[in-house]
Design a protein. Structure first.
Length: 145
């Protein structure tokens, strides 16, 4: 099922527009978090804990997928670095003498900007998606009456 179709389906779920928007925006935030590999599990757990629709939450989580993860994470790390005042975002690597441990060591300074950036962009995206889904669900529910 395409994301567009999935999104259309969640707008018709019998739940309030507020709860649908909260579930989706929570999924967006979790999907953009730096906890790659745990997004689906965290989305299901958060939906269960807060009593929200799991399908709607997971749809939000899946906005971050193999096609979107690289641009989202790259942009988030860049924004995190800019917000934290880091001038040189990409470290200079000596590719002729690179080893895995050296590569990890060189990228270590990007860890804090990456975490900060993903949380910041995730939060902003979650807030924006809340209002979009809320108004779309409200409109879809009014058509159904």
């Amino acid at each position: 099922m395409k994301f567009k179709d999935r999104l259309r389906n969640i707008l018709t779920i019998k739940d309030s527009p507020h709860r649908l928007a909260i579930a989706f925006s929570m999924g967006i935030f979790i999907g953009m978090s730096p906890l790659l590999g745990f997004h689906t599990i965290l989305g299901i757990a958060a939906a269960w804990i807060f009593g929200l629709n799991r399908i709607v939450t997971i749809t939000g989580v899946f906005v971050t997928n193999p096609w979107t993860i690289v641009p989202i994470y790259t942009f988030s790390a860049y924004i995190g670095a800019k917000c934290l005042g880091i001038k040189q975002v990409i470290p200079q690597l000596d590719w002729a003498h690179i080893t895995f441990s050296r590569f990890v060591h060189e990228l270590k300074p990007l860890l804090i900007p990456f975490v900060f950036g993903t949380l910041l962009i995730g939060f902003i995206s979650a807030v924006i998606s809340y209002f979009i889904i809320y108004h779309a669900a409200k409109k879809a529910h009014s058509y159904g009456k």
